[in-house]
Design a protein around this ligand. Structure first.
Ligand code: GRF
Length: 208
């Protein structure tokens, strides 16, 4: 008798369990959550984590029924890795396969980065390799750039240095302030990040 192979093949997960790490406002997290509400989106945001118990994004995620948790970095003092071990425990316990940093304002140690090689994304508000680090909009204006934008990249041990997955640019307009330019960039961030997460998650589902 023929073996019913379709019945004994393990079913592949349909969506990639994904965590978003935030430290504050969480508007990129909101954009990722909105995208992941579509059941056809290849990543499912199942966890939002923060180092900051007061991060407004935590309350908003919880209100939307997403597990949202803070692991305050302060009790760990200078021991960054001990804080990251606590984060890692929660990520593993939730079966997370992809991590999106979205305004997560802690520099990660090589220990945590090494555990998520190729599986941790970050969004940076500049066209890397230009303007790594902070105050990117001020610096782009000071430098007289005609174009500015945002980058989604894989996280490596060097801050804002990992392989670039995608970028979106905006024009710098006469009379721009860091606030007006930043708002223009942020609108593009909210489109770029879900698109790049979708691509990374789909690659995992496809076994690449
Ligand atoms: C964004 O501009 C992001 O590019 C940067 O931090 C900011 C976070 O904003 N890494 P939000 O918390 O997503 O609103």
């Amino acid at each position: 008798m023929a073996v019913p192979t379709t019945l004994i093949q393990p079913s592949k997960p349909r969506r990639v369990p994904t965590a978003v790490l935030i430290s504050g406002r969480g508007s990129n997290m909101e954009a990722l959550l909105a995208a992941s509400r579509d059941p056809a989106f290849p990543a499912e945001i199942t966890l939002v984590l923060s180092n900051n118990p007061g991060a407004p994004g935590l309350a908003s995620a919880a209100k939307q029924g997403i597990e949202a948790m803070a692991i305050d970095h302060r009790p760990f003092g200078r021991d960054r890795e001990a804080h990251e071990r606590a984060l890692q425990e929660v990520l593993v316990a939730h079966g997370i396969q992809l991590v999106c940093l979205a305004g997560y304002m802690r520099v990660l140690t090589p220990w945590l980065v090494g555990r998520w090689e190729g599986r941790m994304l970050n969004i940076h508000p500049a066209l890397l390799p230009k303007f790594p680090g902070l105050h990117t909009h001020e610096r782009a204006l000071e430098a007289g750039e005609g174009q500015h934008g945002c980058t989604v990249h894989l996280v490596t041990a060097g801050v804002d240095e990992g392989p670039i997955l995608g970028q979106a640019s905006v024009p710098v307009l006469a009379g721009d302030t860091p606030a007006t330019l930043g708002a223009r960039v942020l609108a593009r961030e909210h489109e770029l990040y879900p698109a790049m997460l979708a691509r990374s998650a789909q690659a995992i589902l496809d076994g690449q």
